[in-house]
Every structure is written in C-alpha cells, then in structure tokens.
Ligand binder design. Structure first.
Ligand code: LCS
Length: 394
C-alpha cells in the first residue's frame, strides 16, 4: 500500500489501491480465480509457511480484493483493510476475533437491527453479554463499563435515529478500561468522518451503502491500524470464511472513485430536503446532523466534514401518515438499504428494525412513526416535489 500521506481524499478516491501490473493496467484487473498456481512444491510450501509473499487461494488473499482493501484503508487513514461478504460478515468477524466467553460488550442502542440481534441472540449463547446504551451520553457509556468489558461498539450516526456519539470521548472511556473501540462508519463514509483519527481502533463499513454507492453490491470492510491485529483478524476471516469476492471488490473499488463527488451531492441535497421537511406543516420532527435542531449538532460540527445523506423524520398522524407518504412516492423508491445514487425511503419499525422488540425500539427512541430517507443524487428540487406530492395525500 503506497500513497503519499498528504494526498487529499478527492485524489485518494481516484488513486488509492491502484495496482502496477505487467501490462500497465490503469484499473485493477478482476482476478476471477479461486486459486493460484505454485511454481513448484517448495514455492507452495513457502507461501503456506509465510516465508514468501504471494497468493494461494482467494479466500485467503486475492489481488483484486487487496486493491479494494488498500483503497478503503487509505481513505480511513488506517493501515490494513479486510474485505468481507457483507457489512454483517464484517461485524461478525470483529466480534469473533475480539470476544471470548465471559466478555462484555457496550453497544449503541440505536444500531442497524441485525447488529443488535447478533449480539443479543447469537453471542449471548456463548456467554458474551451486551449492554445497549445511548452512546451519545458518555456518562451512560462510563456507567455501563464492567471489569470484563472488552469492546465498545459505536454506530454514529446511529441507524435509524441519527443519534451522534462523541467518538473521541467513547474511545477514551474504552481505552481506560482496556476495551477495543469499534466504530461502524457506514452512514458517513471516510469522506465525512474518520473514526481512527478520533481514537477508534477498528472501523467497519457496510460497503453495500455509500462506498459502493450504486445499489448493486452487498459487501463489507474492516479497517485496522496495526499489523498484529490485521494478522490475527485475517486468520479469523479465513476461518469463518465471509470474504468478499473479486468481482464485488472491483465494483466497490470503481464506485469509490466518485465517492467524494457523490458525498458532496448527498450532503447538499439532504440539507435542502431536511430544511424543506423541517418547515413542512405535516412534519413534527426532523433528525438530520446538518440542522441546528439536531440534539448533538455541536458534536456533529466537531466530528463530521459534512452532514451526510440520511434523514429521519416523524409526521403528524404518526405511522398512518408515514405509510400514506411512503406508498405515494414516485421518484424515491420504497426500499431498505441506503447510500446509493437513488433516493430510498423506508419504515424502520416494520422493516430494518423489526427484529428488535417494541421495548428495545422504544429504549433506543425508534418510534413507530419514524420514516427514514436516504437522499440520493437526483435533482434536489425534483426530490422535494416528489416528497411534497406524496405528503399531499395525507
Ligand atoms: N451497518 C449499518 C450501519 C447498516 O446500515 C447496515 C445495513 C449494516 C451494517 C449491515 O450491512 P450489510 O450486511 O447489509 O452489507 N443496513 C441496512 C439498512 O438500513 N437497510 O437495509 C440494510
């Protein structure tokens, strides 16, 4: 991995992870192969023994995957990336790597539903307890720490409430208790937030979202700071097996070239839409990190380079009003996922966060009336016109 440290994020998006192959290919080729030929038995044995560097088998390492891993690691200001089959495969790999029987995790209560469920229903079976807490409240994080806490897992902004945690403060608390600080940076992308620079040890992404940006790939990425963590995590990933494949790596890497450009447009569009929604008579509440009304606006200003593309809001008339609106959009699609060039609207309580109990949702302030909008890069006036006509049916 080589790229000058002072290169801007805009240029890094274009050049990070580029390869120098024998043909001078400008774009990393797709090495669509499951396995690699050895010169002879000694070569094969040396590769397996780690005495020589090279490729053995695609689950272990592949040049196309490595190019994408390097690109994301550079953008996050980390040292190594580990490409995974999905964001959930990446999160699972981090848990399997970092936790053992008797350990305790402190996790944001407003996280993507399956992250919550994975800890609560799978890792709990293996004697790993989790406390879900509002990580925007650092005193609550401090209070939740136990002698056996080995990991603090923060998603910020949190899905779907957009609650913002002070990453620097959470990392300080985690480190004071010898716990690893993990940040899910999916909602911001490395263009708008760099958790490693704020003290996090590990960053995770669902690359299905902004990094790829075109709603045609499911993939994840882990970024770490040091060789030792990378080595032990790579072994776990090889064993649990949830690796990304070469073609998806190629697509994500291609998507990253326009990441800085796309994020700029996501931010300006979402700001216009959020301001419009906040003024609308049928809207009760808008959660958007770019609005001064956001409860953690000051933290957002300190921690983000832009407000992002995600908006959550509540309508007068709650769930029924929300359903009417979502059933009447024309330009936006009624679909889960986020971070693509197209705008997507969905209902967290019955969709992305339906796997939480009503009590768990209430504790995390995920109300039945919440509507989540991933603002795409369409024309902002046309998006606003679509939302206006959809709300006129309420
Ligand atoms: N982390 C966050 C913050 C997410 O929003 C998601 C997926 C994941 C991790 C998991 O990534 P995946 O395995 O899907 O690549 N979020 C989704 C959402 O809000 N709607 O559909 C998927």
């Amino acid at each position: 991995m080589s790229l000058s440290d002072d290169l801007s994020q805009e240029s890094a998006c274009i050049h990070a992870g580029e390869v120098h192959d024998q043909f001078g290919a400008v774009v990393p080729p797709i090495y669509q192969t499951s396995t690699f030929r050895f010169r002879d038995t000694e070569h094969g044995a040396a590769l397996f023994a780690g005495a020589e560097e090279g490729y053995i088998y695609t689950r272990m390492l592949n040049p196309t995957i490595q190019a994408c891993e390097n690109a994301v690691a550079i953008l996050e200001g980390g040292a190594y990336g580990l490409g995974c089959a999905s964001g959930m495969a990446a999160i699972n790999t981090i848990f399997v790597h970092g936790l053992r029987v008797g350990d305790h995790v402190v996790c944001s209560d407003s996280v993507y539903g399956p992250t919550h469920t994975l800890l609560r229903t799978v890792f709990s079976k293996w004697g790993i307890e989790s406390t879900f807490v509002d990580t925007s409240d650092s005193t609550a994080v401090e209070r939740s720490m136990r002698p056996e806490t080995r990991m603090v897992f923060v998603e910020s902004p949190g899905n779907p409430t957009l609650v913002i945690s002070d990453i620097e403060r959470c990392a300080t608390i985690a480190h004071a208790h010898d716990a690893v600080m993990v940040v899910d940076n999916t909602f911001m992308s490395p263009i708008l937030q760099q958790p490693l620079a704020l003290g996090a040890d590990i960053v995770v992404h669902s690359m299905t979202k902004f990094l790829n940006g075109h709603a045609d790939v499911v993939a994840g990425m882990i970024v770490v700071k040091d060789k030792e963590t990378y080595g032990s995590m790579r072994k776990i990933l090889n064993q649990v097996g949830g690796v990304i494949d070469p073609f998806n790596s190629f697509l994500v890497h291609r998507g990253i070239k326009t990441l800085a450009l796309r994020m700029e447009r996501h931010c300006t569009n979402a700001m216009k839409v959020a301001e419009y929604l906040e003024r609308h008579e049928k809207v009760v509440r808008v959660y958007y990190p770019g609005l001064p009304s956001h409860p953690q606006y000051a933290v957002a200003q300190k921690q983000h380079k832009g407000p992002g593309g995600m908006i959550t809001f509540e309508l007068k008339g709650g769930l029924e009003a929300g359903k009417t609106m979502m059933n009447n959009v024309r330009l936006c699609h009624l679909a889960v996922s986020l971070g693509g060039v197209e705008s997507l609207i969905q209902h967290p309580a019955s969709m992305t966060h339906a796997c939480l109990t009503k009590d768990e949702r209430e504790k995390a302030h995920i109300t039945d009336g919440m509507v989540r909008l991933s603002v795409g890069i369409e024309n902002a006036d046309e998006l606003i016109a679509d939302l206006a006509q959809a709300m006129s049916n309420i």
